[in-house]
Ligand binder design. Structure first.
Ligand code: DGJ
Length: 712
């Protein structure tokens, strides 16, 4: 709901208020972002705040909470945008020109995904800001949902002058939080070790930038939280910032001279530049900002709901996902049709529903040094082509899925020989190869068209019902500042083109494992391969960190062979499956070598996963024990009606104590009775939450348990 009153505008979500005010001088200020306030006319409090120093100095905006700050004129803090203007300087000062309320509308952003309303009530405020001295206009968009505690922001910058100007930074959102003790929480990592949780106190005069100059990579996710220093999983104020974007991103945080904190999120200004001709505009991606009054857990549940209901477009978002088996770790590049069909037969017998053929099926790709770009089946391995293989897999009773890495080209490929200029490069240097491959230049329309057609032609000619979309190298050789953004827009063009043309295909994102795990990808692909590290113990941390922003149903998790291919660890089949259930479940091992007793186990695992899929897809996620700071890892899904819950609990290393503790569950109805589906024991919700369930872990390392409780 949007309430306009005097010189204030009040955006009201389910439990939040975001209130803006126009100063006497026409500046757009933030008055409040936090717990919901009533619908008063807050301009009446203006004088009171003014006397208190809120607006004390005409010359200086340094101490005011601003919405989209300019630099160098009346505010010397870091700005949200920078334009080299027609006079050759970079001064600017925006004044409010208009407020436009778009009822029942969400912000639409040219060329980029953003939140949609679906069956929710959402309104959008457009604030028109103007700098008459340089003929610059900035339109700020704020979408607010009645049902959520979020504000989704983006900006459009328009050059109204009659000469070119150069945009050098354009954040999506900026907010100044009042003085307080805050911590910044980021999600850095590396290949095989994605989305760690790092908490850094924001001491006075600290400047921190969570930024990455590639894509939303393994090394830093685009989700950032600013939390009160006392905040934890279940209590305290937390502000979340999540960018619907897959390119270079930045969340810049600075504590200012009076202890207030400026947070800005958007496209990374590093290596960014955009020339705007007269009349041209530039749109930023959308930043989804959330406030939780009760810790990280509540914030995560909010993002999970928003993203699965109002971001992810795939029809599979709200459907059971087929249990898959992927051949990558089973065969790598060494396979032929017979071997694959044999795997599929045993997999089908075990209850697996989808057979996925990974890398190595096209060109002459027996190793990773060639053929990317030549999306035609290798007839040596697959004499009947993809079409023939898909038919055989379908005849067994399984769906068929296929791996692509469409944004890449191998120097040893027909595509590269025909179009060397399609690979990203600069004339004066030899382009850097990563995994012996180059990246296609998605800023070129003909390249996007080629990719759409190359993938579509395979999907048209064979019954492919699932696609794994990979991206396996870092970005280098950027030809000009701003190229990364042009590439990202090309990526969305391709994504939109293909996913809209094949709505019945389930798409899974992937990027050397768990890179590019971001809301921009999720808008098109409802699940993402979370990490190449499939070791159950490593996955505890990786999935725990990923769950902070992303819904469990997007977290692709497979049971793989032991010793684990990435770190050599031995864990039980149970532990591997238990760790994967609250995610998108599948297998990635050579099932032709799996002993009979284990196949029997797998059968049971699949039956269990199919039973809990609706809960994992639509329920509320609670983190119970944190593997980053304890010897335990546990999490829980609770159905919205609180009648069904599944708990995952792990003790990582065994110790000498027989007493292994109690596990307090969350999110249940204290007055309901719950029955353990394995043991038949009945407990009250109050007992499970306030006293806790006694846990008796096995006396070995990596002991895990799954507990399912249903209303008795
Ligand atoms: C990286 C992915 O993360 C793996 O699962 C696999 O698909 C390989 N690429 C194939 O090259």
């Amino acid at each position: 709901m949007i309430i306009k009153n005097g010189n204030t505008v009040h955006l009201q979500g389910r439990e939040i208020s975001y209130i803006m005010m126009v100063s006497e001088k026409g500046d757009l200020l933030n008055f409040h972002f936090g717990k919901r306030l009533d619908e008063s006319d807050y301009s009446l409090m203006y004088d009171e705040w003014k006397k208190g120093g809120f607006i004390s100095n005409d010359l200086c905006l340094d101490e005011l909470a601003q919405e989209y700050p300019s630099y160098g004129y009346r505010d010397l803090r870091m700005p949200a945008y920078e334009v080299e203007n027609i006079y050759g300087n970079m001064l600017s000062q925006l004044k409010v020109k208009d407020f436009i309320v778009h009822e029942n509308e969400t912000a639409q952003i040219e060329g980029m995904p953003s939140l949609f309303a679906g069956d929710k009530k959402a309104d959008t405020l457009e604030v028109v800001l103007c700098d008459d001295a340089i003929a610059l206009e900035v339109h700020l968009y704020y979408t607010v949902f009645d049902e959520y505690n979020i504000i989704a922001r983006n900006a459009v910058i328009i050059n109204k002058a009659d000469a070119n100007v150069t945009l050098k930074r354009a954040y999506s959102a900026s907010i100044d939080l009042p003085k307080g003790d805050y911590d910044m929480i980021t999600f850095p990592g590396a290949w095989g070790d994605e989305r760690n949780i790092v908490r850094t106190p924001l001491k006075r005069s600290v400047m921190l930038e969570a930024e990455t100059s590639r894509y939303t990579s393994h090394n830093l996710n685009s989700f950032v939280m600013i939390a009160g220093s006392e905040a934890n999983e279940d209590m305290g104020d937390v502000y979340g910032f999540s960018l619907i974007y897959s390119g270079n991103h930045s969340t810049a945080v600075k504590t200012e001279m009076y202890g207030d904190v400026r947070i800005m999120q958007g496209i990374n200004p590093f290596q960014f530049k955009k020339e705007l001709k007269p009349g041209e505009s530039f749109a930023t991606p959308q930043s989804v900002i959330c406030y939780s009054d009760s810790g990280f857990g509540k914030m995560s549940r909010e993002y999970h709901d928003v993203y699965r209901n109002n971001l992810m477009r795939s029809k599979f978002t709200h459907m059971d996902r087929p249990i898959l088996i992927n051949n990558w770790e089973a065969t790598y590049f060494e396979f032929d049709e017979e071997k694959l069909v044999n795997m599929a037969k045993i997999a089908h017998d075990a209850g697996i529903e989808l057979f996925v053929l990974d890398d190595g099926w096209f060109g002459k790709r027996d190793t990773d040094n060639c053929s990317l770009g030549d999306w035609v089946a290798d007839k040596k391995k697959l004499p009947n082509g993809i079409e023939g293989l898909a038919e055989k897999i379908n005849a067994i009773g399984m769906k068929f899925g296929l791996w692509f890495e469409p944004e890449m080209v191998s120097p040893d490929s027909d595509l590269y020989r025909a179009h060397p200029d399609w690979a990203i490069s600069v004339k004066e240097r030899t382009p850097i190869e990563g995994r012996q491959q180059l990246i296609l230049d998605l800023s070129k329309n003909e390249v996007c068209e080629y990719i759409i057609e190359a993938v579509s032609s395979v999907l048209r000619n064979a019954n492919v019902e699932y696609v794994k979309w990979d991206f396996n190298r870092m970005m280098t050789d950027m030809p000009y500042p701003g190229f990364n953004h042009a590439f990202t827009l090309g990526f969305y063009k391709v994504m939109k083109g293909i996913t809209e043309a094949f709505p019945n295909v389930l798409f899974e994102g992937c990027c050397s494992g768990g890179g590019r795990f971001d809301p921009g990808v999720l808008a098109y692909m409802p699940q993402i391969w979370t990490s190449d590290n499939s070791d159950a113990v490593a996955r505890m941390k990786i999935q725990y960190g990923t769950s902070m922003c992303y819904p469990p149903s997007s977290i692709s998790s497979h049971v793989t062979a032991v010793p684990n291919h990435q770190c050599g660890r031995l864990t039980s089949l149970d532990a591997r499956a238990d760790t994967a259930y609250i995610g998108t479940f599948g297998y990635e091992l050579d099932i032709t070598q799996t002993p009979k007793e284990e196949i029997e186990e797998i059968r049971k695992q699949i039956a269990f996963d199919k039973k809990i899929q609706p809960l994992v897809r639509e329920g509320d996620f609670y983190r119970l024990q944190n593997p980053f700071d304890s010897n335990f890892c546990s999490w829980q899904m609770v159905s919205k009606d609180k009648k069904h819950t599944v708990v995952y609990a792990a003790k990582i290393l065994v110790d000498a104590h027989t007493f292994t503790g109690t596990l307090k569950l969350k999110g249940l109805d204290p007055d309901k009775k719950y029955k353990d589906t394995k043991t038949g024991a009945v407990y009250s919700g109050a007992y499970l939450m306030y006293k806790g369930k006694r846990m008796n872990y096995e006396r070995n390392d990596f002991s895990t348990e799954i507990i399912e409780l249903v209303e008795a």
